[in-house]
Design a protein around this ligand. Structure first.
Ligand code: AMP
Length: 304
């Protein structure tokens, strides 16, 4: 399965992405998690993006696109993936389509999480996450059984994200409306968008998601599964090892290539027609000569 979760911060994408990843055995690729890890490890990229994340703005497309591409190419993504927090704007979505096209593995489904902004703010400002296993809790709605201790792994590293304060959340919502919301029209045009009402209980939302996934993706996967014997040998789903060969192998024919091929075919057809005409003309000449000979033979008194 190859899906994208689209939704404002706090709409529950992260929680559902984890559950989907576990059930369908595909990796969750979260650009937010990747960037936060870079910040925590104080890498070059981490240093670059730290202030941008704190301000609730989007980091540069190049950084996230490269990070996601590495993960998409990795072996763990062979069975598919669930993208969480990426793409966040139209250029990212276009780049994702292009790169998945090169890999011969286009997106199958985009789930858009719909939720009222005020609930989003309450959810985000109360959010706690486990630094050990990534489990998510909420001070208002779903506290851990023992305060400060993760129910899932027992770790005491439950923490509140630095960018989960009201000021940053409002900025992130504004960024979402401006840059990310237009993606719904983009994916609607591709007939891949489904809306999930994200205001209910986590388990209930998850069961709706599973229904949609099973209905939209599973039959599609069955339909496109062809017996081994008829599978084209030249098409490989393996990620290519070098960028150039990967591009070349999976690229669609360019307009120039198509034009060239069409010209070749037209030329060949024209040559064939000319050849046919020549043969026809020659045949008619021979026939005419033969008829004239016959007529001359029949004419009485005519000496030869
Ligand atoms: P998230 O955890 O998805 O809410 O992301 C946290 C922050 O990371 C965002 O507010 C952005 O600053 C940054 N970020 C995450 N994903 C992206 C992306 N696809 N493009 C640009 N910035 C991103």
């Amino acid at each position: 399965m190859r899906i994208v979760l689209l939704g404002a911060p706090g709409s529950g994408k992260g929680t559902q992405a984890k559950m989907i990843a576990q059930k369908y055995k595909v990796p969750q690729i979260s650009t937010g998690d990747i960037l936060r890890a870079a910040v925590a490890e104080k890498t070059e990229i981490g240093k670059k993006v730290s202030a941008i994340i704190d301000a609730g703005e989007l980091v540069s497309d190049d950084i996230v696109i490269d990070a996601v591409t590495d993960r998409l190419r990795a072996n763990e993504s062979r069975r598919g993936f669930v993208l969480d927090g990426f793409p966040r704007n139209i250029p990212q979505a276009q780049e994702l389509d292009t790169r998945l096209g090169w890999l011969g593995r286009p997106l199958q489904l985009v789930l858009q999480f719909a939720l009222d902004n005020e609930i989003v703010i309450k959810r985000v400002t109360g959010r706690l996450s486990c630094g050990e296993c990534g489990a998510i809790y909420n001070r208002h709605f779903s506290r851990p059984n023992r305060p400060g201790v993760c129910d899932k792994c027992g770790s005491k590293q439950l923490s509140h994200r630095a960018d989960d304060n009201e000021k940053t959340v409002r900025a992130r919502l504004q960024t979402y409306d401006q840059d990310t919301a237009p993606l719904s029209a983009y994916y609607k045009a591709q007939h891949k968008l489904r809306t999930i009402q994200a205001g209910g209980e986590v388990e209930q939302i998850f069961s709706v998601i599973c229904e949609v996934v099973d209905m939209e993706i599973r039959p599609l996967e069955k339909k496109v599964t062809t017996p081994k014997s008829v599978r084209p040998q030249a098409v490989s789903t393996k990620p290519a090892t070098n960028k150039k060969s990967e591009k070349k192998a999976a690229e669609k024919p360019t307009t120039a290539t198509v034009k060239k091929a069409t010209k070749k075919v037209t030329k060949k057809a024209a040559a064939k027609t000319v050849a046919k005409k020549v043969v026809k003309k020659a045949a008619s000449k021979v026939a005419k000569k033969a008829a004239a000979k016959k007529a001359a033979k029949k004419r009485p008194g005519k000496k030869r």
